[in-house]
Design a protein around this ligand. Structure first.
Ligand SMILES: Nc1ncnc2c1ncn2[C@@H]1O[C@@H]2COP(=O)(O)O[C@H]2[C@H]1O
Length: 256
C-alpha cells in the first residue's frame, strides 16, 4: 500500500497544495488543490474519492477533475462521504450555480460522478486485501477520518479534527495502528483560533496523544502557511518521545 501526498498544507502558496492523498494510483482521499499536479492520464485512473468533510480546501479539486474527465471515462468515479458532506456538496457546490451537477453529466445514464454515502465505523472493501473504515472526528462541520487496513499494516488519516475522546476510542479499537496522519493547523499561541476553528495545536496534540494506546509513527499535516517553523519548533517539545515527521507535498507513505 502506497500513499502519495499530493497536498497537505492548511492553505495555498508557492509549493503548497491543500489536502489530497493518492492511494495506490486509483483512490483519492480528499480532493484539495493537490490534485492539480496529476496529469490527465493519472486523473483518468482515479476510481474512488473518499472525502473527509465538505470544506473547500478538501473538495475543490473534485469539481475541476470532473470537468477535466468529461468525455474521458466510461465508468463514474465513486465519491464516498458521509450523508452530511454529500448533502452539502450537492446543495452548495454541484448545484448548477457554483458548478454543474456532474452526477447527471454528460447524461443521467453515464454520469461522471456517483455519490455513495458511507456509514461511520463500517468497513468497505477496496480489493487487494485493503479495507477502509470511516470514523467520526470533531470539526466545525460534520467530518470523519479514514482507517485503511492492508496486508502489511494499518494507516489512519484523521482529516481536520480537534481534541475529542471519540477519536482516541476509535483508534484504540483498531487491532493495530502503524502510521497515523494527524493535523496541527496552528502554533500554540493561536490556541484560541484552534479552539474556534477546531484544529490542533502542538501542545494540545501532545497532551491528547497520551490517550492513544498504540504507538504509530505520526505524520503531521495541515500546517497553515507561515506557521510551519513555529509548529516544528513547538513539536520538538510537545511530541518528545514520538517518532514523527512533518509531511510535505510529494512525500510517500508506504506500508510494506
Ligand atoms: N471562527 C472560525 N471558525 C472556523 N474557521 C475559522 C475561524 N476563524 C478563522 N477560520 C479559518 O477558516 C478556515 C477554514 O478552513 P480550515 O478549517 O482549514 O481552517 C479555518 C481557519 O483557518
Amino acid at each position: 500500500m502506497r500513499i502519495k501526498v499530493l497536498g497537505c498544507s492548511g492553505g495555498v502558496g508557492p509549493g503548497l497544495r491543500t489536502t489530497s492523498l493518492l492511494l495506490d494510483e486509483e483512490i483519492l482521499i480528499d480532493a484539495g488543490t493537490g490534485i492539480g499536479d496529476l496529469t490527465l492520464s493519472q486523473q483518468r485512473r482515479i476510481r474512488h474519492v473518499f472525502l473527509t468533510h465538505c470544506h473547500l480546501d478538501h473538495v475543490c479539486g473534485l469539481a475541476f477533475m470532473a470537468d477535466n474527465l468529461f468525455d474521458l471515462i466510461d465508468e463514474p468515479i465513486a465519491v464516498h462521504a458521509s450523508r452530511e458532506t454529500l448533502q452539502t456538496l450537492r446543495e452548495h457546490v454541484f448545484n448548477w450555480k457554483i458548478w454543474p451537477d456532474f452526477s447527471v453529466l454528460p447524461d443521467e445514464n453515464n454520469p461522471l460522478l456517483r455519490w455513495n454515502e458511507v456509514a461511520m465505523d463500517e468497513k468497505l472493501e477496496l480489493g487487494d486485501g485493503r479495507r477502509i473504515t470511516p470514523f467520526r472526528v470533531l470539526h466545525t462541520v460534520p467530518a470523519n477520518g479514514y482507517a485503511i487496513e492492508g496486508r502489511s499494516g494499518t494507516f489512519a488519516f484523521t482529516g481536520d479534527t480537534y481534541a475529542d475522546d471519540a477519536l482516541w476510542h476509535f483508534l484504540n479499537g483498531l487491532p493495530r495502528l502503524d502510521k497515523l496522519m494527524i493535523e496541527i493547523a496552528f502554533p500554540d499561541k493561536e490556541a484560541a483560533l484552534g479552539y474556534a476553528s477546531k484544529h490542533f495545536t502542538p501542545d494540545l496534540l501532545g497532551r491528547e496523544l497520551r490517550k492513544l494506546e498504540h504507538r504509530p509513527k505520526l505524520y503531521l499535516t495541515h500546517h497553515k502557511p507561515g506557521t510551519e517553523a513555529s509548529i516544528e519548533r513547538e513539536c520538538r517539545q510537545a511530541l518528545r518521545g514520538w517518532e514523527y515527521a512533518h509531511l510535505k507535498r510529494g512525500d510517500t507513505i508506504s506500508l510494506s
